[in-house]
Design a protein around this ligand. Structure first.
Ligand code: CA
Length: 367
């Protein structure tokens, strides 16, 4: 394995554009870089199995398992009616609280046909040899949708076997983000039996946790218990939001972005009863995933939130203790579309690149 030691020795200003936005500086950080796996076809998510093993979920329904000795095994899942077109496919994988006892994980994928598709959540047991058993559907979004884009599809485990899943607006259905009886443009809450919460914020729409979202592809919980979500805006207007049950995040009534045509989507930068983001990225960076850096291995990143971006080809660190939130660019030499980020047990940062010839790369502190 090729080990490259690089020292980012100079701090210089990096501007993401001419928008009304704070300048993003680079984070100087000594590191060692190593390739974990390459030649991955359209990977969407990585998962630490908390014992040095990793799993990579590929768009077309395959799992790639990386053992502690770097041995790689693969397993092709049988996902009912997988619809892997456009931005769809197998999209996320997370550990259930039953992982240690029986290997249970939850996954999301786009299910259905060209004329009717949407996010489904499945569960099942992942074994040490990368085989998979007891695949079962937990939950499927109820709306009809005929676009292959804006799925969301990111999972977050909560306490008591409850989960959140992000659901995008389907692009052509943005008005539904404000309609509680639709599940598009929402964050939904359910348990591993597929039932809604016993204490939903909207009794008439018991799966809905929050609404007014566009295409959220990052959701994490912080040690404080806060839940953080980021979502793609249109042309500009990518957002980080602090998520609360019952809150309205504004889309498409409020956005700092414009339509791809340049047309205004909304005259409103704020609207009564709708929650403003804590970070606005205009121009768009296309945020694809997020992780909390809990370790002191890279001391400059301790307590920061890491965000991968597709369009900006960058990894950002966010300091939420500052107001406004301070953003810095980490490992700026990467300069590739980045799909996912996760933190290993020893504080190494694992970054998944995007596309049909993607890689999983590990960054460790040389200290
Ligand atoms: Ca918003």
């Amino acid at each position: 394995m090729r080990i490259v030691v690089l020292f980012a020795a100079f701090l210089f200003l990096y501007s993401v554009g001419a928008a009304p936005q704070a300048e993003v500086t680079e984070q100087p950080l000594p590191f060692t870089q190593s390739l974990v796996v390459d030649k991955l076809a359209y990977p969407k998510a990585i998962l630490s199995l908390q014992d040095g093993r990793w799993v990579i979920a590929l768009r077309d329904g395959e799992l790639v398992c990386v053992d502690t000795d770097s041995t790689i095994k693969t397993h092709k899942l049988t996902l009912p009616d997988l619809y892997a077109q456009g931005q769809g496919g197998l999209l996320d994988i997370e550990l259930s609280s039953d992982f240690l006892s029986r290997g249970q994980v939850l996954m999301t994928y786009s299910k259905g046909t060209k004329s009717n598709n949407g996010i489904a959540v499945v569960k099942g047991n992942l074994h040490k040899d990368c085989s998979f058993s007891a695949l079962e559907t937990v939950f499927a979004v109820s709306d009809d949708k005929d676009t292959p884009v804006h799925y969301g599809g990111k999972l977050l485990p909560l306490a008591d076997n409850e989960w959140l899943v992000t659901i995008g607006d389907g692009f052509d259905y943005r008005e539904k983000a404000q309609v509680l009886t639709s599940q598009l443009g929402k964050v939904l809450r359910f348990n591993e039996a597929g039932q809604p919460s016993a204490t939903p914020p909207f009794p008439q729409a018991p799966y809905v946790y929050s609404y007014g979202h566009r295409n959220p592809q990052g959701i994490i919980s912080l040690p404080s218990g806060k839940i953080l979500l980021h979502e793609h805006g249109p042309d500009g207007g990518d957002e980080v939001n602090v998520l609360r049950a019952g809150a309205n995040y504004g889309w498409p009534v409020v956005t700092l972005g414009t339509d791809y045509s340049g047309a205004s989507i909304s005259p409103f930068k704020h609207y009564k009863g709708m929650v403003n983001p804590i970070v606005d990225w205009t121009p768009s960076i296309a945020p694809s995933s997020m992780a909390y850096y809990h370790s002191d291995s890279f001391g400059a990143l301790t307590g920061k939130v890491l965000v991968t971006a597709l369009k900006a080809k960058a990894l950002y660190s966010l300091d939420l203790s500052a107001s406004p939130v301070v953003q810095r660019r980490v490992f700026p030499h990467l300069n590739e579309r980045l799909r996912d980020v996760a933190v290993g047990q020893n504080g190494s940062i694992y970054i998944l690149t995007d596309g049909n010839d993607a890689s999983l790369i590990r960054f460790s502190s040389p200290m």
